[in-house]
Ligand binder design. Structure first.
Ligand code: AMP
Ligand code: ZN
Length: 463
């Protein structure tokens, strides 16, 4: 019996698909105007665990994930610069080239993380017509209004607005209206935005030339492929309050009933206890982890050891410990693979049942991995244990069938953030800012490195 936590009801519920034997699921995918970082990867590792658990239970699955390759505005509030066009200017490429460049890297990362891909991967630019039709449908039903910069969804006309994020329409709090004072309510959101002539990504529509609002793509694609009643919608927790609340409003207003039964959200991955940010130099990608000698699956193992609904604090120390754990797991497994002893079937069945119960309890992967370890350690070296682990790996997706391969080295080069701090310190010294230079030396020391000044600049040494 599979139980999943539904963010909409805030309860763990017994999962029952709309159509017997088939699970229809939608996942909010990446915006491809820049690299996806390891926090984003956590969201797809969560999707992977969910898809694998569904299949482990014998269901078929029809999954959809969007690729946001349309220029959207830089905030959930329909304001700011267009992300794709901004990136295009920055890199002197067309928005289409930008999208291609970053999606190729994204899919390469997913492959290295052994992510089970959704059956349908849908770039937003290929669904403009469906989005326009969706907005037309809402317009016909009276849920929209027009102001000078676009067509908006009128949240007051939809009775269920705010259920997912427990928002109260009468208490908009600090929701931003000042961006567009003509909106009827601060929570109203754009369905179609008019764009200036010099905008590159723009389409004709019944309302004028423009581009779709940022929430409509997921609604239009899921409706097109999965229909107006489907089982699961996933995404990171940051999407809960605005993006998903708005998707629900559009979906349910057009269909006239609840479209998605279960909403699931993964918690954030933090770095050094906080948000990743470029100014702190701690926005890491899978490629950055590899540069430091890690295997992308070390990172997957790291993520799977924390429940998806809990925050994870990423540190290189933590990743190193996970890499060691993953390496030991494979070494242990290899001994079983070559083992000649016997284990009773009944005993193996007990482990199999416990493992299934763990993943079926709202994807309790940390517990499931614990059960796997208990079996590896407590049972005599036997090929049966090895085969049972390969079965478990259908849920874990850790490529445990490749145990014979040389385990990856985890020797670390000097981490990039330390190098960056050292460079900043060099600049401080060059401008004779001794206080700043001392501060940075202390910071580097705190992070486990000694910096020594030399004729050519500096040398870094691990403490
Ligand atoms: P985006 O490209 O910004 O839409 O993000 C892609 C996915 O990653 C979304 O499901 C986000 O909710 C999720 N996400 C973004 N940052 C993090 C993070 N630090 N930890 C976990 N998930 C994240
Ligand atoms: Zn979405």
């Amino acid at each position: 019996m599979l139980k999943l936590h539904n963010s909409l009801t805030n309860k763990k519920e017994v999962f029952k698909p709309v159509e017997e034997g088939l699970v229809k699921m939608y996942t909010c995918g990446p915006t491809v105007y820049y690299y996806q970082h390891i926090g984003n990867m956590r969201a797809y590792i969560f999707m992977d665990s969910l898809r694998r658990t569904i299949k482990y239970n014998g269901y078929k699955i029809n999954g959809v994930m969007n690729i946001t390759d349309v220029g959207h505005l830089t905030s959930d509030e329909d304001s700011g610069e267009d992300k794709m066009e901004k990136a295009a200017k920055r890199e002197n490429k067309s928005p289409y080239e930008i999208a291609k460049f970053y999606s190729d890297i994204y899919f390469d990362d997913l492959k290295q993380l052994n992510i089970d891909l959704p059956e349908h991967i849908t770039p937003a630019t290929q669904y403009i017509e469906q989005m326009i039709n969706f907005v037309k449908g809402l317009e016909e039903k009276g849920y929209t209004y027009r102001i000078e910069d676009g067509i908006y969804f009128d949240v007051k006309s939809f009775a269920g607005y705010g259920q997912l994020s427990q928002k109260d329409l009468d208490k908009p709090g600090n929701a931003r209206i000042e961006e567009n004072a003509n909106k009827h309510h601060p929570f109203d959101f754009a369905l179609w935005k008019f764009v200036p002539d010099n905008h590159i990504m723009k389409w004709d529509s019944p309302w004028g030339v423009g581009c779709p609002g940022w929430h409509i793509e997921c609604s239009a694609m899921s409706r097109d492929i999965l229909g107006d009643r489907f089982d699961i919608h996933t995404g990171g927790i940051d999407h809960k309050t605005v993006h998903h609340e708005d998707e629900i409003a559009q979906n349910d207003a057009l269909a006239g009933h609840r479209v998605v039964n279960t909403w699931m959200h993964n918690e954030f991955l933090l770095v050094d206890g906080g948000k990743m940010s470029k100014s702190l130099g701690n926005v890491y990608t899978i490629a950055n982890l590899k540069e430091r000698g890690f295997n992308p699956l070390d990172f997957k193992y790291f993520c799977l050891n924390t429940h998806y609904s809990k925050k994870i604090n990423f540190t290189f120390e933590g990743l190193k410990a996970s890499a060691m754990g993953y390496k030991k797991l494979k070494a242990n497994l290899l001994e079983h693979k070559n083992g000649a002893e016997k284990v009773e079937e009944e005993k193996l069945n007990e482990y199999k049942q416990k493992f299934l119960d763990a993943i079926n309890d709202d994807l309790n992967f940390p517990l499931a991995i614990g059960i796997l370890w208990t079996m590896l350690k407590n049972e005599p070296k036997s090929k049966q244990v090895y085969e049972t682990v390969l079965l478990f790996d259908k849920a874990l997706g850790l490529k445990l069938d490749e145990v014979e391969e040389e385990a990856p080295s985890t020797t670390e080069a000097v981490p990039q953030n330390i190098k960056d701090l050292a460079e900043q310190r060099l600049l401080a010294r060059q401008s004779k800012n001794w206080a700043e230079s001392d501060r940075l030396r202390d910071k580097i020391k705190e992070l486990g490195y000694a910096i020594k000044d030399s004729k050519d600049g500096y040398e870094l040494e691990k403490l």
